[in-house]
Design a protein around this ligand. Structure first.
Ligand code: 5GP
Length: 192
């Protein structure tokens, strides 16, 4: 097992590059199946910065016409969520009447995709679905349960590459304080 030091923390290998590639190819097949008869090219929305490597790899496998757009949001500081989502860069294309496929690096509590889905629908999109490379189902369910108590309904991502336990990860686009996005493999925080 490989260990890497990033800033003040140590991480160990969790998912090797080949397994990341296989997961993305699998996500793409499911998206291809669902969008093959789409009349208007859907908008693939890359959520900056973390989803750049995922989106770039996913696009190589999509076999239907689509447009690419970007938007930047932020909810994490260090290794924890702030609980609030901030738009750092507005979307680069109009969502009006469009079918939108969000591409996220990771869905944790789900607050980011919950915010994005509402934002994109409010901007007039006809349909919004979420693809994500990584998913933390326990964290998502905990938060969805809390929101349900307040009458808000959260839906899990439609296309998931891999589900993982609650832990902080980095690599393949994901950062720790903006460092580590360039790693080919995915690493998990080493608590030892
Ligand atoms: P959520 O809003 O679902 O809690 O978190 C979504 C965003 O938080 C992701 O797009 C990502 O930027 C960040 N995030 C959540 N979990 C992790 C993680 O384990 N590692 C890293 N590097 N970022 C994460």
């Amino acid at each position: 097992m490989e260990k890497v030091k990033v800033l003040d923390k140590t991480f160990r290998t969790m998912v090797k590059h080949a397994d990341i590639m296989a997961a993305i190819s699998d996500v793409a097949s499911r998206i291809n199946r669902d969008y093959k008869d789409c009349e208007e090219p859907p908008l693939l929305l890359c959520i900056l910065n973390g989803a750049i490597p995922f989106t770039a790899e996913l696009m190589k496998h999509l076999n239907f016409d689509h447009e690419l757009a970007c938007m930047k949001v932020k909810s994490y500081e260090g290794t924890a969520t702030t609980g609030k989502v901030k738009v750092d860069m507005a979307p680069t294309t109009s969502f009006k009447g469009r079918k939108v496929i969000i591409a996220e690096d990771i869905v944790d509590t789900g607050i980011t995709i919950h915010f994005l889905k509402k934002f994109i629908k409010d901007e007039g999109a006809s349909d919004v679905r979420v693809s994500t490379l990584m998913f933390k189902p326990e964290s998502f369910s905990r938060n969805a349960g809390m929101l349900a108590g307040r009458g808000e309904r959260m839906t899990p991502p439609e296309y998931i590459g891999m589900s993982i336990p609650d832990a902080f990860i980095l690599g393949f686009g994901m950062d720790y304080n903006e460092i580590g996005r360039n790693y080919r493999d995915i690493y998990v925080l080493d608590e030892q």
